[in-house]
Ligand binder design. Structure first.
Ligand code: PEP
Length: 248
């Protein structure tokens, strides 16, 4: 399976800079020497429609950073999964730790969002990962297992979901787990997916948390790492491209 390198722009980018970043990636994709991986970007909601136009025909997929669990209705300020599909998205991130923490999202809510994403024809990128305190207590496998148990939608097949392992303590900190720690967690997640999902052995498992151009090759070479979810470093076209080109 080709790896997936996904850029989560978070709450960054006015129209001019967001479009310039998307155009810079499209120009690189058109210039030859494409990376040997799938690429996706996750701009803020305000930029999805114009960036969908920019990406058309480039091979770079579009994703959103969150969706509501309902398909429509009285939910001021929220965006529904069918709206994201209509805007040109293929993917939507659900359960990012910043939403679990800042918005108090529970596993049940994340599961409802992932289910809504599937119903709208989107591929949810389901984020799981332990806090530093949980790792220090040796609870990381148990925590991730519980998050998967509680937030994976029911009756899934391979191709319908992507899982991203993002240790909370690695996000935006410049710290990363060792290759051994990443390998152990990804193997654990792989076993859980293989046991619970038809074709679960083929569900891509991304690593996320302080992936940069200078550590991407090592992280992307770890067994069972099927790609990367990149935050800060995805805001720079040159660095994001270098990460994508690090796919072994
Ligand atoms: C993220 O928030 O999904 C992420 C991986 O962030 P960063 O790469 O900046 O650590």
């Amino acid at each position: 399976m080709r790896k997936l390198v996904a850029g989560n722009w978070k709450m960054n980018g006015l129209k001019a800079e967001g479009l310039a970043l998307a155009r810079a990636l499209v120009a690189r994709a058109a210039a030859g020497d494409p990376p040997d991986c799938e690429l996706a970007i996750f701009p803020p909601a305000t930029l999805l429609v114009p960036i969908a136009e920019t990406l058309r025909g480039s091979g770079i997929a579009l994703g959103a950073q969150d969706c509501h669990a309902e398909a429509k209705g009285a939910h001021t300020g929220d965006v529904a999964a069918p709206m994201l599909r209509d805007a040109g998205c293929t993917y939507v991130i659900v359960g990012h730790s910043e939403r679990r923490t800042a918005h108090g999202e529970s596993d049940a809510e994340v599961r409802a969002k992932a289910t809504a994403a599937r119903a709208a024809g989107l591929v949810p990128v389901l984020c799981v990962g332990e806090s530093l305190a949980e790792r220090e207590r040796g609870e990381e496998f148990e925590v991730v297992e519980r998050q998967l148990e509680g937030s994976l939608p029911e009756r899934l097949s391979a191709g319908e979901i992507v899982v991203a392992y993002e240790p909370v303590w690695a996000i935006g900190t410049g710290r990363t787990p060792t290759s051994e720690q990443v390998a152990a967690m990804h193997a654990h997640i792989r076993r859980r997916l293989a046991a619970g999902i038809k074709g679960g052995a083929e569900v891509p498992i991304l690593y996320g948390g302080s992936v940069k151009a200078n550590n991407a090759r090592e992280l992307l070479s770890v067994a069972c790492v099927d790609g990367a979810l990149v935050g800060g470093a995805s805001l720079n076209a040159t660095e994001f491209w270098a990460i994508a080109q690090s796919c072994p």
